[in-house]
Write a protein that binds this ligand. Sequence first.
Ligand SMILES: C[S@@+](CC[C@H](N)C(=O)[O-])C[C@H]1O[C@@H](n2cnc3c(N)ncnc32)[C@H](O)[C@@H]1O
Length: 233
Amino acid sequence: MYSKTAELYDKIYGFKDYNDEARRIRELISLEVPSAKTVLDVACGTAEHAKLLSAHYSIDGIDLQPEFVDIAAEKVPSGTFKVADMRSFDMGKRYDVVQCLFSSIGYLLKEEDVVQALECFKRHLNPGGVILVEPWFQPERWTAGLPWMVTVEEPNLKICRMNVSENEGRVSVLNFHYLIADPSGVSHFEEKHLLALYKVEEMLSFFEKAELAVTYDPEGIFGRGMYVARLKS
Ligand SMILES: C[S@@+](CC[C@H](N)C(=O)[O-])C[C@H]1O[C@@H](n2cnc3c(N)ncnc32)[C@H](O)[C@@H]1O
């Protein structure tokens, strides 16, 4: 999905305040698991959260995109980063916190895939630990037909990423068109991302099916909400 743009990811998402988000994650962790020492970042991407959290916790990560895993391993040399699917990974150890941020869970388009992923997160959780899942949009918050644009301007690099929000039933479609200019010329390509639009009640039922106790905070660290789950006692 991100193979053509992995190297550009941090520039494209430069509008996101990872420092502030990492601070909020730390606040949440210190509230939920004050003694937490270890964190697993599922779908870690380029490890911007992991990099900032690694000053406070021992942090590992997984991601489906090999280019992201290479970037993550370079940014956080103290961690173990693996190419793996969030539905079926095995790190061979448990963590105090398993987090899956920035809507990555939305890439799982079927209920059974989300439940499978949550069961996998659960197998990696220490007793007393916490699972943090930041969701994608709820269906009622998704508006089709809106034009979107992200731009990056540097002396030797210009990026313009445009899309018009679409949906196919309960799946949002992001058909990104990129125009990238660097000293070698201008290139254009497209990248299609599909993310499921789950209702809060549906997400809560997926946690229930994975036999996890869960609460939902509608705000979260980036305004998209946060599910906070624990092993059932
Ligand atoms: C929007 S990015 C978020 C990356 C990172 N967590 C962040 O906050 O910047 C979504 C990530 O989910 C990953 N991803 C999508 N499906 C996945 C799967 N089935 N297993 C593991 N990672 C997956 C993508 O490769 C991508 O890195």
